[in-house]
Design a protein around this ligand. Structure first.
Ligand SMILES: NC(=O)c1ccc[n+]([C@@H]2O[C@H](COP(=O)([O-])OP(=O)(O)OC[C@H]3O[C@@H](n4cnc5c(N)ncnc54)[C@H](O)[C@@H]3O)[C@@H](O)[C@H]2O)c1
Length: 248
């Protein structure tokens, strides 16, 4: 199958680590032109050294002024934008009781995971409107559908991303811009390792996917190969959500 991403200008947030980084590598391998946004400037510089031609733009996705400038700079360097991928995210308090979650922590998780995705879309929109095959892929989670205990702000934020996907697809339909969302279960990234206190997922006894697995789903949804897919989520969880509680 041809994904037809050669020469396509793509902007990716959270590209310095984990899933966003794997997406940057995967889009470059498909011949796309990639601009990478992350607040971790040092890690972003490392990625740029690895991927010649990558446009690295340090910015905090929760800062609207910075995001407006970063997206404009990326679009200028790439000669436009056809694809926007929102991977920047944070897990926030992990294992914290509801009445012990600070308002600051709650606000930070919602700001990065929801507002950050909105700001990417908002500022990429003028460029995406000029593309004939524009596509936005948001990074959700299975936590948008099921809740692991002790991750209240994260679960709430990922539920919001699922609905943000639907609402954006409706609002942007007239512009011909598709909006989809990938919802993975546990992915082996620095975020997941840190949350679970693991150096490795080897032998954990539950299914774990790689950032490259997720990047392939993102490539597929971003590409014209899925031109009929809009406003929906792709759950990649080894089938966990499909299973009934019926004891058989
Ligand atoms: N790892 C998992 O198990 C898993 C599962 C489902 C969904 N996700 C989602 O995938 C996305 C990527 O997560 P990951 O596991 O690759 O994590 P990660 O920590 O490896 O990477 C996240 C990246 O986002 C960047 N970032 C965080 N806050 C930012 C901000 N305010 N501005 C700019 N950049 C910022 C970080 O610097 C980092 O480079 C997140 O939205 C996460 O919720 C992860």
């Amino acid at each position: 199958m041809h994904l037809d991403l050669t020469g396509v200008p793509v902007i990716i947030t959270g590209a310095a680590s984990g899933i966003g980084r794997a997406c940057a590598v995967a889009f470059v391998a498909e011949g796309a032109m990639v601009a990478a946004i992350d607040r971790d400037a040092a890690a972003l510089a490392g990625l740029a050294a690895e991927l010649p031609g990558l446009v690295a733009v340090p910015a905090d996705v929760t800062d609207e002024t910075a995001m407006a400038a970063a997206v404009a700079h990326a679009a200028g360097e790439l000669g436009g934008l056809a694809v926007a991928i929102a991977c920047a995210g944070t897990s926030g308090p992990f294992g914290t009781a509801v009445d012990e979650i600070s308002l600051a922590d709650w606000n930070r998780v919602l700001a990065v995971n929801v507002t950050g995705q909105f700001l990417l879309v908002k500022h990429a929109l003028p460029y995406l409107r000029r593309s004939s095959a524009a596509s936005i892929v948001l990074m959700g989670s299975d936590s948008g559908f099921v809740a692991a205990p002790g991750m209240l702000p994260y679960n709430a934020s990922k539920g919001a991303v699922v609905q943000l996907t639907r609402a954006l697809s409706v609002d942007l339909a007239a512009d011909g811009i598709r909006v989809t969302c990938v919802c993975p279960s546990i992915v082996d990234t620095p975020m997941a390792r840190a949350d679970l206190g693991l150096d490795s997922f080897a032998g954990v006894g539950y299914p774990v996917q790689s950032a490259e697995d997720v990047a392939r789903s993102v490539l597929f949804l971003a590409s014209p190969a899925t031109r009929t897919v809009n406003g929906t989520t792709l759950v990649s969880d080894f089938g966990y959500l499909a299973r009934s509680s019926f004891p058989a």
